[in-house]
Design a binder for this molecule. Structure first.
Ligand SMILES: [Zn+2]
Length: 55
């Protein structure tokens, strides 16, 4: 089964953007980025809220 391609973009000032088929990988990368770059603890649910489907 093919998973949809999803993208999460940080704020434009930061410019961080990640695209992946793997939702779990996407969450892990975004959470690591938020922690390292913004000293921010994000939950998986918060990352889900930022996810956009890539056509
Ligand atoms: Zn960022």
């Amino acid at each position: 089964m093919k998973q949809a391609l999803k993208n999460v973009s940080c704020d434009p000032v930061c410019g961080f953007s990640i695209t992946s088929h793997d939702e779990r990988e996407l969450k892990a990368i975004v959470m690591t980025h938020a922690k390292k770059a913004h000293h921010m603890d994000m939950t998986g649910r918060e990352v889900e809220g930022m996810m956009k489907m890539v056509a």
